[in-house]
Ligand binder design. Structure first.
Ligand code: HSE
Length: 437
């Protein structure tokens, strides 16, 4: 059968990994796909790099539209990132009747509705396994493997950079900035590392998971996003003393009132497998009503792991390229006219347990004042720990773990606690998830 011709946009970290995997495993990939998959044209701003990676074996250009408009190209692989040029290129490729494979989570979270509608109209595929959790085939697992289930919740460590930073800070006591530099050197971090550190990258991926899990359109602006830049090592240490690990989790849950969609540092019981996912590794827990909790673990970033997902999509698209459009797996798992209008809940309506740390004067009645506030708001205390004040200090750290309550109740409690004269500074709040059932 005639080979399928691929045009590659961007041959940086992931593009290079894609090239390597496709070249090294060409034979087996052809046996799986049923026909050869050849990269025939590469676009990159850095022509010297493109030449170095490809060994000059294919046509190279710095004009990405020359690839998208090339009639000889069957599938466009978009690995340049960003949401401006990448959007124009992807829409142009679709308009030209080409299938698209992309690792661009930001593009899909922000403009997925428009892109998938255009693809649907043109009868082409937009495949995006590499956009979420790097090398873990989580899109396929949720969209196809768990298709029998009503998905109840998804919780994941879906940003390798922040997990790497949290792990290194905890294990080696390294400073935040040094670890971030390491993550950048290893090729994990986004071009703009604030996307990693502030939770935006994880939220892009979470939006995609929520869409395919619950059959809802993309609505990224409704996600609650809190990163790790304000997390202190004191809280990581106290959490450990109480039997918890702190992870940056993306959590999406279906509730009677709507969908929770949130990224924030989270205390997880240390006995959970996901609490022990370290370094740049990713893990996603998916709870289906029939299957129960399932866990997917693997490299969430890096050249070849992400290239592995890009190539898997190329194989999928190659196998499906000649199939009837109606036989294809729908982009967002559910048929496009069957998407649900379930509301995304505002953060105030989300239910969670909480870790609270306060600095309090070490004198009678302070704790009673704090617990009265919690009690009046129907917030039940699960555990409490008071640390001895350090020498020459009159204030002590108090850590409180609450049972599950509404976020708006805890907001009210925090405001009232911070107003007590015996409390100094802000209350530190980290959400907690049991992730057991
Ligand atoms: N910056 C991302 C991460 C790369 O650290 O996980 C993979 O999407």
């Amino acid at each position: 059968m005639k080979p399928i011709n691929v045009g590659l946009l961007g041959i940086g970290t992931v593009g290079g990994g894609t090239w390597t995997v496709l070249t090294r495993n060409q034979q087996e990939i052809t046996r799986r796909a049923g026909r050869a998959i050849n990269i025939v044209k590469v676009a990159d701003k850095n022509l010297a790099l493109a030449k170095q990676v490809t060994g000059g074996a294919v046509e190279i250009t710095n004009d990405a539209f020359a690839v998208v408009n090339d009639p000889n190209v069957d599938i466009v692989v978009e690995l340049i990132g960003g949401t401006t040029l990448a959007k124009d290129l992807v829409l142009k490729a679709i308009e030209n009747g080409k299938h698209v494979v992309t690792a661009n989570k930001a593009l899909l979270a922000l403009h997925g509705n428009e892109i998938f509608a255009a693809a649907q109209k043109q009868g082409v595929i937009v495949a995006f396994e590499a956009a979420v959790a790097g090398g873990i085939p989580i899109i396929k697992a949720v969209r196809e493997g768990l298709a029998a289930n009503r998905i109840e919740w998804i919780a994941g460590i879906i940003n390798g950079t922040t997990n790497f930073i949290l792990s290194e800070m905890r294990d080696k006591g390294l400073a935040f900035a040094d670890v971030l530099k390491q993550a950048q050197n290893l090729g994990y971090a986004e071009a703009d590392p604030t996307f990693d550190v502030e939770g935006v990258d994880a939220a892009h991926k979470l939006m995609i998971l929520a869409a395919i899990g619950f059959g809802i359109p993309m609505q990224f602006d409704k996600a609650y996003i809190e990163g790790i830049s304000k997390l202190s090592s004191t809280d990581i240490k106290y959490a450990e003393e109480l039997g918890y690990r702190v992870k940056l989790l993306g959590i999406t849950k279906r509730t009677d009132a709507g969908v929770e969609l949130r990224v924030h540092p989270t205390l997880i019981p240390e006995k959970r497998l996901i609490a022990n996912v370290n370094g740049a590794m990713n893990a996603v827990l998916v709870k289906g009503d029939a299957v129960g909790p399932t866990l997917y673990y693997g490299a969430g970033a890096g050249a070849e792991p992400t290239g592995s997902s890009v190539v898997a999509d190329l194989v999928d698209v190659t196998r499906m390229a000649t199939a009837d459009p109606h036989q294809r797996v729908p982009h967002l798992a559910f048929q496009p006219d069957q998407l649900s209008d379930l509301p995304i809940l505002p953060m105030s309506e989300v239910r969670s347990a909480y870790y609270l740390r306060l600095r309090a004067m070490d004198k009678p009645g302070v704790l009673a004042g704090v617990t009265r506030i919690l009690g009046d708001l129907q917030i039940s205390i699960d555990a409490m720990m008071q640390k001895e004040p350090a020498d020459n200090e009159t204030e002590a750290d108090i850590v409180i773990l609450s049972h599950i309550t509404l976020e708006k109740n805890i907001n009210q409690a925090i405001a009232q606690i911070e107003a007590l004269s015996a409390i100094s500074g802000k209350v530190t709040r980290i959400r907690m998830e049991e992730l057991g059932k």
